[in-house]
Design a protein around this ligand. Structure first.
Ligand SMILES: [Mn+2]
Length: 336
């Protein structure tokens, strides 16, 4: 892995100096941190008077429609020009950019701003802070270090990313620093409940129906240490939910007492199966995701494997069983 991080100053100059439009890309199936970070970069471009285009392969989920500037997102398929300058936020590798990568001109400059430990420094300029709890925290540090102007819109999108990636300040990445950043951002007239409700809690009727159907598939491994939910296309149709709605099922498998690794399998229309992995205390799920060409964080990671659903479950579960067995063996030895 190439470690060639550049300074805040170099990123500032790359964002501020060129007058050509900047293409802003966040990862496919965008989440709160990805969308918040992309919008934060767009707000910075506004400050600099630089034109920008926000793009994603997928639709921005309804729950993020309250964010200022979200209407500026275009679907990749709707963009026909090529860009000499681009920035990718919250993407661990080039594949996470999806089809949008094709909008970057050959020999174009690609700025990579991220916080994933599995980031492979794919950019021409890289700012990867793996210890940061969110890409929005990397941008917050960048904005404060360069003394760039903060306003309510910028604070709101950054706060949203922080709330999302810390699970509402629940996860172990909830550091003193991120609380201080959140406190600073809240002082720009932000309602914490508005963000927590839209981003983490509120569900549509279709999403609740999908939870009901999805939970009926809950399967617990004989060890009691692994649990998963598997959603197929028929459940999506029956619930009336959309593809992106499946994430509402994500927390449940790990919630079960005693479970170390919880998984969500979702069958996509193209036959691929998307796998989300969460661990409670010990297992590094990013390493499991890497086996299948995915990536992520120690406690939260994802990958895609070929369908059909049941064979995807079997293949991934085999790897998870081995990882759980090996990790817990090490933990026991360390404690002996
Ligand atoms: Mn993130």
């Amino acid at each position: 892995m190439r470690i060639n991080n550049v300074s805040f100053q170099a990123i500032y100059e790359a964002l501020r100096v060129p007058s050509d439009p900047l293409l802003i890309i966040c990862h496919v199936s965008p989440d709160g941190d990805a969308i918040g970070a992309a919008l934060a970069v767009a707000h910075l471009c506004d400050t600099f008077g630089r034109p920008c285009v926000l793009v994603n392969d997928d639709e921005i989920p309804e729950r993020y429609q309250f964010l200022p500037g979200v209407e500026r997102f275009l679907r990749t398929s709707a963009v026909t020009e090529f860009f000499q300058y681009a920035v990718a936020v919250d993407c661990a590798d080039l594949r996470r950019l999806g089809e949008a990568v094709r909008l970057i001109a050959p020999n174009g400059q690609l700025i990579n701003i991220d916080h994933h430990g599995t980031n492979n420094h794919f950019g021409t300029l890289n700012l990867v802070q793996a210890e940061a709890s969110a890409t929005c925290l990397v941008l917050y540090r960048f904005i404060r270090a360069n003394q760039l102007p903060m306003n309510r819109s910028l604070a709101l999108v950054l706060y949203t990313g922080i709330v999302f990636d810390t699970g509402g300040f629940h996860y172990n990445n909830t550091t003193p620093e991120i609380h201080l950043a959140a406190a600073d951002l809240l002082s720009y007239d932000i309602e914490p409940f508005l963000v927590a409700d839209r981003v983490l809690e509120a569900m549509t009727r279709e999403q609740i129906e999908l939870v009901r159907l999805g939970l009926s598939t809950l399967t617990v491994h004989e060890s009691g240490l692994i649990a998963y939910v598997a959603v197929d296309q028929s459940m999506l149709k029956a619930s009336g939910a959309r593809d992106g709605d499946v994430e509402v099922l994500l927390p449940y498998p790990r919630t079960l007492v005693g479970v170390e690794v919880g998984l969500l399998f979702r069958e996509r229309p193209d036959g691929m199966v998307k796998v989300s992995l969460r661990s409670r205390e010990f297992v590094d799920v990013a390493q499991i995701a890497l086996v299948f060409g995915g990536g992520g964080h120690v406690r939260a990671a994802g990958c895609e494997v070929p369908g059909p659903l049941q064979s995807a479950v079997q293949i991934v579960m085999k790897e998870v069983e081995a990882a759980v067995h090996e990790t817990l063996h090490k933990v026991r030895e360390a404690n002996a």
